[in-house]
Ligand binder design. Structure first.
Ligand code: GLA
Length: 383
């Protein structure tokens, strides 16, 4: 559905003309499970977006319709649920709640949501929905909120309302992404730089089509394990507030004193931060073979040390080896299923996707999905 169709549909449903806002999903090139350790990430916004059409209502109601989910949802802005309801609209309610806490009452609104970001594939459909809704509310209410702050508000909604302890990466890149570039983000200061993805390189995203149940529980467990690591290092040096502050040398010196699981988790995060900074430098210099090597090291570390990969992701990553035009690839996002991201020369991208899919199908019996992507702009109003 394109935006004129969305407008038409909205007019039919609500007999009003809406404004339309979009926010993209993302893929992370490198820097995995580092955001909540105050570290570095390097994602890119993708061409898939979530669209929110919105128009004002004279009362204090919020009416939400969707192209993908049946049934109209109705809420009273003065009595929003205080915690998640378990429905898809929680991301919108969370954002509305945080905005009301921050900037006072929101105006009543009719909303129509259309999502293109594959759901449950680890491409941040939830962040896209949060950011598109937040932008829609902010614009309807003439509130001034710079995009980096809007990203933080969306993350707060997901942490406190939805109850997922995610980091800032997904919301930030959905807001601030730039066409043709990856975004190197310092998740502590929120300083960022763009690293150009050389012309002639495609991002080939391969969806394993599996999402293992342990994903949420294991995500929170990893966070706790990192916190345990921080407590150990903080005792040695009170200036250490997050794994970001632990250097590879300090880690090496003390690694044998840590319980083995904690040692593995810390080791992943400390080296992944370094890899991410190295990859940003290499990308800026168009040193693609170095970027490819670092991506592979990142995958191996997520598989062996952080233990968030799975059989299907490993098969998908291995399936890329040796194919013409392939530069580097790894699992992307939280793990336990979802997608891999691959840098591939433009002229080889289509064949590459077909061959990876074929190898994966043969090895797992699962029909995967592949997407030929490029880095796109972050959230904005659609005219
Ligand atoms: C999920 C979270 C992000 C980040 C990644 C892992 O996508 O939403 O904040 O922690 O996992 O890098």
């Amino acid at each position: 559905m394109n935006s004129p169709e969305l407008v038409q549909h909205f007019e039919k449903l609500f007999n009003q003309q809406p404004r339309i806002f979009r926010a993209p999903g993302r893929v992370n090139l490198i820097g995995e499970h580092t955001d909540y350790n105050d570290g570095f990430v390097m994602p890119a916004a993708l061409g898939f977006s979530t669209y929110v059409a919105i128009a004002e209502r004279p009362d204090r109601k919020l009416l939400i319709d969707s192209e993908e989910f049946a049934g109209r949802l109705e809420f009273d802005l003065d009595h929003l649920p205080s915690l998640r309801t378990g429905a898809w609209c929680d991301y919108i309610l969370g954002v509305a709640t945080m905005l009301q806490q921050r900037a006072g009452n929101l105006r009543g609104a009719n909303m129509l949501v259309h999502g293109e970001v594959p759901i449950g594939a680890g491409l941040s459909s939830s962040a896209a929905l949060e950011v598109a809704s937040a932008l829609a509310f902010v614009s309807l209410n003439n509130t001034q909120l710079p995009l980096p702050e809007l990203a933080q508000l969306c993350r707060k909604a997901e942490n406190e309302f939805v109850g997922a302890r995610v980091g800032i990466m997904d919301q930030f890149v959905s807001c601030m992404g730039k066409a043709g570039h990856a975004l190197l983000l310092d998740c502590r200061s929120l300083d960022f730089k763009f690293a150009p993805i050389p012309v002639g390189i495609r991002l080939v995203v391969c969806n394993t089509k599996v999402k293992h149940d342990l994903a949420t529980g294991a995500y929170n467990k990893r966070r706790e394990e990192c916190e345990e690591g921080v407590r150990y290092f903080e005792k040695l040096n009170p200036a250490i507030k997050a794994l970001r502050d632990v250097s590879p040398e300090v880690l090496e010196r003390h690694i044998d004193d840590l319980p083995s699981t904690i040692a593995k988790r810390c080791s992943h995060v400390v080296h992944e931060n370094r890899r991410t900074l190295d990859a940003a430098r290499a990308l800026t210099k168009s040193d693609l073979s170095q970027v490819g090597r670092l991506m592979r090291e990142s995958h191996n570390s997520l598989r062996d040390l952080y233990e968030v990969s799975c059989h299907e992701l490993d098969v998908m990553v291995d399936s890329a080896d040796g194919l013409p035009g392939f530069i580097g690839g790894r699992m992307t996002g939280g793990g336990f299923g979802g997608c891999t991201v691959n840098l591939v020369r433009w002229e080889n991208a289509e064949d590459f996707a077909a061959q990876v899919a074929e190898r994966y199908r043969r090895a797992t019996g699962i029909d995967p999905q592949t997407y030929l992507c490029s880095a796109e702009d972050g959230a904005q109003e659609v005219s």
